[in-house]
Design a binder for this molecule. Structure first.
Ligand code: DX5
Ligand code: ZN
Length: 216
């Protein structure tokens, strides 16, 4: 079963509530919430206040929080308290990543590791037993609307052939065309910003993506 999470970074910030409602109404399986610290990536985005506001109005909506931060350890509890159901940290950050993943799980939250385009799967190898999900970046993190990097598909294949049976998410430049490559490589969750949130027919986009999972 393929899941589709709209990335609300692509939403109009002045109409965030309406945009989220539109995505949920279109059948999204959850929301992808990008957190940027202007340090790990050259951009700023949201804070736990947004997760809390979403949780208040949409209590049943699954929040997949992607921490593009150098120091996610300082904010884990805040995001989980605010409403995160999954928290993903990056493999490239300094510090004790296994301890972070264990802490996320101890908060009853799904734990994930993300790989930037230049980071190989070997960086995640020892972390996999501590992860519910791996997020493969298919663009350089920091901005929406960039071009999908097909060369990342081999990482998904490597993870699956190594026996990783958790979720594999793809993030960056995913649209109905590139989604097909992702699913055939072994991804089960598609994060879509521009191609879904800015689409005139989001339920059509989600339906096409879901069908990809039904193919042999
Ligand atoms: C990029 C973010 C993505 C981004 C995807 O750093 O992690 O989640 O919002 O946006 P699109 O789908 O437009 O590439
Ligand atoms: Zn993201």
């Amino acid at each position: 079963m393929i899941k589709v999470y709209p990335s609300i970074l692509a939403a109009d910030p002045l109409r965030m509530g309406e945009e989220i409602e539109r995505m949920i109404g279109a059948g999204a399986d959850g929301l992808h919430v990008d957190i940027m610290d202007a340090h790990f990536v050259p951009n700023l985005s949201f804070s736990p206040a947004l997760s809390a506001a979403v949780r208040k109005v949409f209590p049943d909506v699954y929040q997949d929080v992607h921490l593009m931060m150098d120091n996610p350890g300082d904010y884990l509890e805040a995001f989980v308290r605010a409403g995160a159901d999954a928290v993903t940290v990056h493999a490239e950050i300094p510090g004790d990543i296994p301890a972070l993943l264990r802490r996320i799980r101890s908060l009853d939250c799904h734990a994930g590791i993300s790989l930037k385009p230049g980071t190989g799967t070997e960086a995640a190898a020892e972390l996999l037993p501590l992860c519910d999900q791996v997020l493969i970046m298919t663009v350089e993190p920091g901005f929406g609307g960039q071009k999908f990097m097909p060369g990342m598909m081999s990482k998904i294949r490597t993870l699956r052939s190594a026996g990783f049976s958790g979720s594999i998410l793809v993030d960056g430049g995913v649209n109905v065309q590139t989604a097909e490559e992702c699913v055939s490589a072994g991804a089960d969750t598609l994060i879509m910003g521009t191609a879904l949130v800015r689409s005139a027919d989001p339920s059509g986009v989600i339906a096409v993506c879901r069908q990809l999972g039904g193919r042999p």
